[in-house]
Design a protein around this ligand. Structure first.
Ligand code: URP
Ligand code: ZN
Ligand code: ZN
Ligand code: ZN
Length: 510
């Protein structure tokens, strides 16, 4: 991977390149098609001091303003990736991309904010939060945190309140898989859902039946299947469907909104569709790998080629990908993440004799905006406005960041991309910005190239060159009680009164 950081004084670059030497805080984007989730118009966008100051045709400016011509191109909110793992300690190792290299990759691919998962330290949320604050010190773009809940007691319950009320976290992830490490049981899931509800925090689930996965893994090893294909065979869509259905029903029992992360199969998607059809508030997040890839590589005779596709839930057989794309078109699924969780070949090789030891995870933070454009917009499945919705605005709404993020509106943060629909690109490990030596999208070509990325009011990506400043990214605090909580209280009251009336029929005579 290359390293083209030219910001003078950052300690990361070579010399200033001329294009970036005007690190002007005033930018005018001229003549582009400005796209929001519900509106599209040809207009200029004027940026000053990190936010959008004007959006209208024919803005006149002085010559202290950097002017970018966007004629014939789309001017859109920077991507927001709701699902990343940077500098994550997992399966005996740590992801190869940290907050610096992962964010560099993100910016080069038009993503200007991501929400990463804080992993508690020995179950402690406070220690986990402190650890992630340190990891994120080098940030060159805005980021927020979800938090995983890996055990349950009074301390964790109290810490959840602190995280929501004082630390800017408004979502918690529960792992129904990874038996022996992150996995929690149904009792904890219920406790966690109840606590989320009372705090107005969004409950998120990794939905696979971890006990059955464990059984499936034993089955494969007994059959002598130790290669990467054993990973997929040991945890079929059936187990994702089961856990998704269970989480959905428990969330309904508690009456709290639910967010299902990395929906990888038709089985899981159909459970979400059914719940939404009945009026339940369930959000489904497919990830790029599930939308674009199929499991065929897992059978490659070259171990490292196969191992790079190992993630959980597994990448499914051909057909699931297209069905998930369709579910995005019709709104059964609402936004796209990546689950960017990269390990290099040396790390993937930990599992050469046993697929259970292959670190789980694939790349995507740099590729998401391009691939979603290619498979969804270029293919004619969705509009450019829907593209903005599923890559940015809906994420901002769900995590209470809208319209500061996810919109090109006066007052919004100046996180903006310019995408050229007539330009094409090829994805390769040689040219990507991740530290990984491989890329699961190697050799893929697509139309629609992010030519310029503006983050926090600065041009950070232009002319295929990054200009980033470590430490310039901000931690974005997120407030609880998003729109999915509207009406929850009323529904609870109605539910109670529906059976309280009959209960009160009987008056004690004593
Ligand atoms: O394989 C994956 N998905 N690795 C990251 C951890 C998770 O489950 O999201
Ligand atoms: Zn430069
Ligand atoms: Zn997960
Ligand atoms: Zn993940």
């Amino acid at each position: 991977s290359n390293n083209l950081f030219c910001d003078a004084g950052s300690g990361y670059g070579e010399q200033s390149c001329g294009i970036h030497s005007t690190s002007s805080s005033k930018i005018l984007i001229k003549g582009g098609t400005v796209v929001n989730a519900h509106h599209l118009e040809i207009a200029d966008v004027y940026v000053e001091d990190g936010s959008i100051a004007a959006v209208k045709p024919n803005i006149k400016v002085g010559d202290d303003v950097k002017v970018l011509d966007a004629t014939g191109k789309y001017v859109m909110p920077g991507g927001i990736d709701p699902h990343t793992h940077l500098a994550m300690e997992f399966m005996g190792t740590e992801t190869i991309d940290d907050f610096f290299s992962g964010q560099a990759a993100a910016l080069a691919g038009g993503t200007t904010m991501h929400i990463d998962f804080v992993i508690p330290v020995n179950g402690s949320l406070t220690a986990g939060f402190e650890a992630y604050k340190k990891k994120a010190k080098m940030s060159c773009m805005d980021y927020g945190f979800h938090m995983a809940i890996t055990k349950w007691d009074e301390v964790v319950s109290k810490e959840m309140e602190v995280m929501v009320k004082e630390k800017g976290i408004n979502s918690f992830k529960f792992f129904m898989a990874y038996k022996g490490s992150f996995m929690i049981n149904d009792e904890l899931l219920l406790e966690g859902f109840k606590r989320c509800k009372s705090l107005g925090a969004l409950a998120m689930v990794h939905a696979e039946n971890g006990d059955a996965v464990f059984e499936g893994q034993k089955r494969m090893i007994e059959l002598g299947i130790t290669g990467p294909e054993g990973h997929a065979l040991s945890r079929p869509p059936l187990l994702e469907g089961e856990a998704t259905a269970r989480a959905i029903r428990l969330a309904k029992f508690v009456n709290t909104p639910l967010y299902v992360v990395h929906v990888m199969s038709i089985d899981a998607m159909e459970e979400i569709a059914k719940a939404r059809k009945s009026g339940q508030r369930v959000i489904g997040e497919p990830v790029v790998s599930g939308l674009v890839l199929d499991d065929s590589w897992l059978w490659s005779s070259d171990f490292l080629t196969a191992a790079k596709y190992v993630m959980s839930p597994p990448i499914r057989s051909s057909g699931h990908d297209k069905a998930l794309q369709g579910a995005l078109v019709t709104g059964i699924l609402q936004l796209v993440g990546t689950d960017h969780c990269t390990f290099n070949s040396t790390q993937k090789a930990f599992g050469i004799d046993d697929f259970r030891k292959i670190p789980n995870g694939v790349n995507g933070i740099e590729e998401r905006m391009h691939l979603v454009w290619d498979i969804m917009v270029e293919s004619g499945k969705i509009s450019v406005m829907d593209y903005v919705r599923i890559t940015s605005s809906e994420c901002a709404r769900i995590f209470n960041l809208y319209p500061r993020k996810g919109a090109i509106l006066v007052g919004s943060d100046a996180d903006i991309i310019i995408l050229n629909p007539n330009s094409s690109l090829e994805i390769t490990a040689k040219s990507h910005h991740s530290r990984s030596d491989t890329n699961v999208y190697e050799g893929r070509r697509g139309k629609g190239k992010v030519e310029v990325t503006i983050a926090g009011g600065r041009v950070v990506w232009a002319n295929d060159e990054l200009n980033i400043v470590p430490g310039s990214g901000k931690y974005i605090e997120m407030t609880p009680f998003n729109y999915l909580f509207d009406g929850i209280e009323k529904a609870d009251e109605n539910y109670l009164s529906s059976f309280q009336a009959p209960v009160k029929r009987f008056k004690s005579s004593t």
